[in-house]
Write a protein that binds this ligand. Sequence first.
Ligand code: PMP
Length: 383
Amino acid sequence: AGVLLTLGFKDVRLKDNAVSARSSAATIDKDIPEGIEACIGGTPLFKIKSLSDATGCEILAKAEFLNGAGNSPKDRVALNIIRTAEEEGLLTPNSGDVIYEGTVGSTGISLAALCRAKGYLAHICMPDDQATEKSDLLLKLGAEVERVRPAPIVDQNQFVNKARNRAAEHTENPSRPGRGIFADQFENEANWQAHFEGTGPEILEQTGGFLDAFVAGAGTGGTISGVALFLKPRLPNLKVVLADPQGSGLFNRIKYGVMFDPKEREGTRRRHQVDTIVEGIGINRVTHNFEAGRELIDDAIRVTDEQAMAMARWLVEKDGIFIGSSSAVNCVATTKVARQLGPGHRVVTILCDSGTRHLSKFWSHAGHIGDATDTTLDQVLNA
Ligand code: PMP
């Protein structure tokens, strides 16, 4: 039994289950896809054992950090934005076209990698309070990086406005080759559509349609909207819950219909004014991508930095899962939803990126396992 592989120096007999149909000799040549795009999508869904045992629910995580270009769900988005722009005739490979984007990091990293693969240049504007791993990585990928002071959206130096303006300056400059394209992940609907076409269908298939709730944070809102727009019509009883970090207005938008609940105004940190250790999610305006699915979001849970750090340590200690800050926020809210639903239910969330991208910021605050006393799930959820 098993497949005999003849290598140059020795024969190796593989177990039957080690070789998939895809790699059998008959299909090997025609089925091997080309390029880094082949590593995007089709991410595993797995059960987080410790949280499932502790809640009596199945807590399932979609391992989006395994997308293989920029290692986050933004690979799906960046690829769809580029493909859509190409279809519209807005981009021509190897012609000097530059893709400009305002990003806290993940989308920039995905765009930078895909630009290299496809013959474009990436110019990334990002706030200078994000983890340095991300800007370092962008430079290694050959992107132009402009770090700007965090500012409100009405300020022309705010990172999204800066990127839009840079794209316009490029196109208007007759001495510069190529065109400047603004990727515009916050408003560009190719963003939620990537999740409608990829993440949502994959979750449906991987769960066989058996799931009670989907929980995710929102930066642009593309993930939660795209997944909700795909799943809700097919699973009408599905609960969609927003996981929102402290300082974000989206919690209030879902709970009370306004971004700033008058009762909470004073206690609400504005993300551009106050350092926060959670990166990638939480925002104080409603973007097109959030608005696209907003009415399908049933509830919101606010998560503190302390809870996110305690959850991140818990997942390393119990499961060996090393995640970034937005994934930790997702896991806190997911566990709370599981407790609300009661044992026997199934909740799906997203693990967006790895902790390696957050060593200098989130994880330098979160410390090490064993540093803290949050050894019970109650202590984590009430941190
Ligand atoms: N996690 C991380 C690390 C991110 O960078 C982002 C996007 N900024 C998100 C989560 C949120 O995803 P979305 O933009 O689809 O709402």
